[in-house]
Design a binder for this molecule. Structure first.
Ligand SMILES: Cc1cc2nc3c(=O)[nH]c(=O)nc-3n(C[C@H](O)[C@H](O)[C@H](O)COP(=O)(O)O)c2cc1C
Length: 180
């Protein structure tokens, strides 16, 4: 099984990376292929809303979304990893979500139907409701893209790069077991 991780935090030593790394470790332990993209390091321009991509999936913008698209199409599972910024995903991940309109066709059929989706989310608040708007957005988007939403790990109370609790790593291992 091949997995692509869309890593949306700008911080490589923060909170979300700990979940993403645990995911990479769990996938590798099971012998799965995994590739992580640090979206903050990539050049992904905002969707221009021209809908040209609906015809054959090709976006008129020539940027790093081309590579991402290739890996996403080749993968069986897509992991969306993000901190909560103002009750939503980071801008880095939102750009990729917007550009994912290219995974729909003219009749709004999905070009990525049947792939699996996972979300990894951290936020500072201790109120779990804080990540609800983002979870709703992911769920509705995955429904449209016909991705199977197999699970989500949400960690509250994340401020400055404290080690995440072992229980979350165990949850990630369990999630990976259910992936394949
Ligand atoms: C611009 C910005 C907006 C944020 N918005 C929220 C928020 O709405 N709710 C919340 O609980 N935490 C919020 N946070 C805190 C982060 O979600 C939290 O610290 C997260 O774990 C950071 O992840 P990282 O270390 O991977 O970057 C925000 C942080 C930043 C920088």
């Amino acid at each position: 099984m091949k997995t692509v991780i869309l890593f949306g935090s700008p911080r490589k030593k923060g909170n979300t990376i700990q979940l993403a790394r645990a995911m990479v470790d769990a996938l590798k332990t099971k012998g799965h292929g995994v590739r992580m993209f640090y979206l903050n390091d990539l050049n992904v321009r905002p969707c221009q809303g021209c809908y040209v991509c609906l015809k054959n999936g090709a976006c008129k913008i020539d940027d790093d979304m081309k590579d991402l698209r290739k890996y996403i199409l080749e993968s069986d599972a897509i992991v969306y990893a993000t901190p909560i910024y103002w009750f939503g995903p980071s801008a880095q991940l939102k750009l990729v979500m917007d550009r994912s309109i290219a995974f729909m066709d003219n009749d709004y059929n999905s070009r990525v139907a049947g792939k699996k989706a996972v979300t990894l989310i951290t936020f500072a608040d201790n109120n779990m409701d804080t990540c609800k708007p983002a979870l709703d957005m992911f769920k509705k988007s995955f429904d449209l893209l016909k991705l199977g939403y197999v699970g989500s790990i949400e960690v509250s109370g994340c401020t400055d790069g404290e080690p995440i609790k072992e229980e979350y790593k165990k949850k990630i291992k369990k999630l990976v077991d259910s992936l394949a």
